[in-house]
Structure formats: C-alpha cells, structure tokens
Design a binder for this molecule. Structure first.
Ligand code: GDP
Length: 287
C-alpha cells in the first residue's frame, strides 16, 4: 500500500503508534471502513481519498466513479449509523464547475462538470449537502482549487515542471513534454488548504467553502517561474506532446475564497511564486 508521503512520520518513534495510528481500509471494501470507524470512534473525519487525476478519469471513468462518488456515499452511510456521528469534511473540487460561465467561482456558482472526475465529485458534494440538510449532520465540503506541494504526484503539471527544472539543471534530463501551455489554474499551497479544512470543522455550524487563492496563472507562467529560479530559459527545454492535451479541459479556473477568509479567518501563507520556488527547492534537494 502507498504510504511514501507518511514515511517521515511512520519512521519517527515519537510519533508512530503514539500520535499516529495507521489502519488498513479500502474505499472498495466498506466493511473495512466500518471496522476502522467503529474501532476509532472519531470526532472529526477528513475524507480526501479517491482517484483524483482529471485526465486519467477519462481513461478509467468507472473506477473513478466507484471510489470518488460511491466510495464517499459509503463513508457517509457508515458515519450516519454511528452513535455519535463525527464532523465530516469532504474534499470536493473545482471540477464540479466544469467550464464555468462566471469568474471567479464561489459557493453559489452552478455545478456543470465536464470530466468523469468532476461528475463523481459533484455527486459526492451534493450528497454531503443532502446529509447535512436532511439528516442534520455536521458535514462540510471544501471546494478545493488546485493545491500543490513537494508531495504532489509527478503526473500533475506543477510537480512535472518543478521536477523537470531541477533535473535539467542537474544534467539528468534534457527536456520535458507538456500539453496545453495556455491553460490557466488557480494554484494554492496544499498545506494552507489543509489548515482551512481543519478550521471548517471547528466552526459552530457546518457549511461549504471554496478554498482558492483568487489568482490564476498559465502553464507558461509556471514554466517561467520554475526555470528562471534555476537560471534556465524554459523555451530551450519544452516540447509539446498532444498526448498530454485533454478531450475537454477548463481553460481557466479562478476561485473566490472570500467566504473562507471571512468566516474561518483563513489566509494563505504563500503566493504563486513562493509556492513554485519551494517546490523547485525541494526537487533540487531530492536529486
Ligand atoms: P488539474 O487542473 O487537476 O487537471 O491538474 P493538472 O496539474 O493535471 O493540470 C493542470 C493543467 O495543466 C490542465 O489544464 C492541463 O491540461 C495542463 N497541462 C499541460 N500540460 C500538461 C501535462 O503534461 N500534464 C498535466 N497533468 N497537465 C498538463
């Protein structure tokens, strides 16, 4: 089972089995989820699991919907049965808006997904609201815009670019192949978004919150920022490969974090440039 991102915690004797307790469960296997929940009796439940790659969801739509949509419903059903249902945070996604007609998007923007992943997330998001309203449970959606960090998978464009800049600088790679360079995203720091998720469950009432930076940048801006940080010119190292272009892709996404900022008193700690730099720095150290 993949747990490389927890390795530093797992290896720490002061933390493992003292503050961090790992249990096996699988979204495909509801009995295992029920068993862990019954045993642990959590007071807060943060649900971030599922197939989360938009491009990949066009290739594996059934399993994406199984884990991301039905997997979430299964968890909510188990939580509803608990004697004291915990507070629940569902990591929703801006993919629920598809290609939006309004910019920036907020909690009241109509859903209109255009990817299998977005469709699965829309189902899970709406169900979270239904459980809150129909069953009176403290269930919340964090509608997350792209959130990045040095732990980001290498098949996401930010990490692909920061890793390429570091490897090219170190002479381990010559070029990187990418798809649409004009697409724009609202990229924030995952660590900041996790803090907002925690704040959501500390409020007096449950609700849905857009987590975003309110600023968008193109893939070209990303390349410029990452390659300039290592003293390289990105135009010398980028090739276009149509395999990385998507059947349908939101050209620009921009979220409005005003509700989270006002209600949760949340503020992001880094801007776009600082985020890209910290990711490049981490990849330089890794090499
Ligand atoms: P997403 O916004 O959740 O789909 O996150 P990604 O990091 O996978 O993609 C962000 C944007 O980068 C999308 O508009 C992609 O079309 C675009 N993009 C351009 N080239 C690439 C590439 O080589 N890989 C990925 N993953 N995305 C790319």
């Amino acid at each position: 089972m993949e747990r490389s991102r927890l390795k530093h915690l797992y290896a720490d004797e002061q933390i493992n089995n003292k503050q961090l307790f790992l249990h096996y469960a699988d979204l495909d296997d509801p009995t295992t989820i029920r068993r862990v929940i019954s045993k642990v009796q959590p007071t807060e439940f943060y649900h971030l699991a599922g197939q989360s790659h938009v491009g990949l969801s066009f290739d594996i739509p059934e399993s994406t919907c199984d884990t991301t949509a039905i997997g979430t419903l299964r968890i909510m059903e188990i939580l509803r049965d608990q004697p004291n249902p915990p507070r629940f945070m569902h990591a929703s996604s801006r993919e629920i808006f598809g290609t939006p007609t309004v910019s920036p998007q907020d909690e009241n923007t109509p859903v209109n997904p255009n990817s299998p992943y977005g469709c699965a997330k829309t189902f899970a998001t709406q169900m979270t609201k239904i459980y809150r309203e129909a069953h009176g449970l403290f269930f919340c959606n964090a509608i997350c815009y792209n959130h990045e960090s040095p732990r980001r998978g290498e098949n996401f464009v930010t990490r692909k670019v920061t890793l390429a800049a570091a490897r090219i600088k170190a002479g381990q790679q010559k070029s990187v192949s990418l798809g649409d360079l004009d697409a724009a995203r609202d990229w924030g720091y995952a660590k900041d978004y996790v803090e907002a998720m925690w704040l959501m469950l500390q409020q007096d009432t449950a609700g849905d919150y857009v987590l975003a930076t309110g600023v968008s940048h193109t893939i070209k801006d990303l390349l410029e920022t990452a390659f300039a940080h290592v003293g390289l010119n990105w135009q010398d190292h980028v090739e276009i490969d149509s395999r990385f272009k998507r059947p349908a892709d939101a050209h620009e996404l921009l979220g409005n974090p005003a509700k989270a900022e006002q209600t949760l008193n949340w503020k992001r700690s880094v801007d776009f440039q600082q985020l890209v730099h910290l990711m490049v720095e981490a990849d330089l150290k890794r090499d």
